[in-house]
Write a protein that binds this ligand. Sequence first.
Ligand code: ADP
Ligand code: MG
Length: 602
Amino acid sequence: MNSFEELGLDNNILRAIKELKFENPMPVQEKIIPMMLQDEPQDIIALAQTGTGKTAAFGLPIIHKTDTTLRQVQFLVIAPTRELCLQIADDLKDYAIYNKDIKIAAIFGGSSMDRQIQKIKQGAQIISATPGRLNDLIDRGEVNLNKVKAVILDEADEMLNMGFKEELEAILETTPKTRNTFLFSATMPKPLLSIANRYMKDPVEVTIGKRNAGAENVEHVSYMVHARDKYLALKRIVDFHPNVYGIVFCRTRAETKEVSDKLMQDGYNADALHGDLSQSQRESVLNKFRTRHLRLLVATDVAARGLDVDDLTHIINYDLPDELEIYTHRSGRTGRAGKSGTSIVIANLREKYKLNTIEKQLNKKFVNLPIPSGTEICEKQLFHLIDKVEKVEVDTVQVEPFLPKIYEKLEWMDRNDLIQRFVSIEFNRFLEYYKNLQDLSSPSDSKYKERPDNGGGRSSRGGKSGNSNYTRYFLNLGVTDGLKPAQLIGMINDFTGMRDIEIGQIEILKNFSFFEADSNFQNDIMNGFKGQKLKKRDINVEIAEKRRGGGGGGGGSNKPKFSSDRKSSDGYKKSGFSKDRGERSDKKDFGRDRRFSRDKKR
Ligand code: ADP
Ligand code: MG
């Protein structure tokens, strides 16, 4: 392995990173640094998971190459969020601590534009920016990018996920054609590939670790539960891991809040991180989490972006994301810095096909585990307590003076008594809770049958429905479209944004299908399906013959009762984030093949 010295970095930088305790370059640094240090570097596409040291991989060479006699922007780093952008700027400042004449400016939204403009005008040579704000400054003519030698796109896949494609293109258009482009990303989805093809010259592709694979030391575990038991399952899983320090990912703000509220009420050190928090609330939650006063952070993907905590033990997917990229990002937050971690998915049977898709693309199998029983949890907690007793450091000097009195007080108890009591002190909470609880039954894996114990009289799919609470729908897709029950269920979930709609009989015929679903959700289904497409084909859903009473969704009429804001402009295949809200605004075909299809590098 090459040392940092051998990579050709200048002495000031070597001194700075020594102080940061960077002893040896990480693999991505070992590869990228010498390439970027060349006089006329090639463009680079670097695919590496989070936590692999990408910031220094591009940061050290740009510090090295900055011409301090020139007071103009020479390097432009673009990152998806304010936090990342600040973090990168801070890291760069650390690397440049002995290169006093290098000025680094952080440019991001939600903060005074004037001050940022001033920073640029003072002669910043390096800018770390979010795409939105930088683009605003370009439009206002406040930043001159004529002298830019290289643009670094950090977490490029995330930027596209957040809907920054146009801004990125505008920025790239504004910089000199002679510039280099260095693209860093955990994954390489198609839209990113098209940006690369358009704006990069003959890029060299560098892949660290497996493409699209989660970090090597992350174990992926799945628990199958009934949808309604998800929260209870979460509790058990958390109880079964007394040392848990992790993030629970939910899909929406509302769910994030709900889950964290419940956890807090149930006595866990948990809190929520979502888009509705003010900056100061957000920082306060993050601080408590970083200092481990919170053991569980319940968060949306967007809110957790840029959050940099190294030794998380677990990532818990309370909801599965729609896209593999997001799963990869989530799970990549554990197992960092050489430590091992576990990514847990709490899924219901309807989501099984998603697990299969993830497995295929990660090229790793989920270990499917039964939800721990009350007894197992109690045992685990008990031994955790005993472990603590064994390992605790006793400050004899401080304790000594109290001991005689304590001995006297406890004299009447024998060893057995004593142990039982001391164990019960902490343990009663769990015993009490689990004493009378039945084990969570896992959904049986027989064909799409869910909630066998449901009192609603629901029959398994494929059998006769006979349930008067179902509405029967006609769907213009069938076997010839490759439609499978699991995919249909996935569509219902995705298009309605709901997961718990009871689904009855599904009949997939050659060119069309019928399915039944809880009549209470008729409007959601009719509206959800409206305007959707499958492989460019318009999807049409109508209420079929056996029409039941209920909401009155329009009987196949084309008029939606409310306009669906979920639908994207070109239907099912497209997804996007609405930038202003910063949250996902619609759903996506999860099963789509997102493998990186680029030709292997020349
Ligand atoms: P990425 O951008 O790939 O997710 P980061 O650049 O944020 O990763 O680095 C992850 C962590 O590793 C950071 O805490 C960083 O300070 C640390 N780090 C980076 N390079 C080294 C190194 N050569 N030696 C030790 N620690 C490093
Ligand atoms: Mg990074």
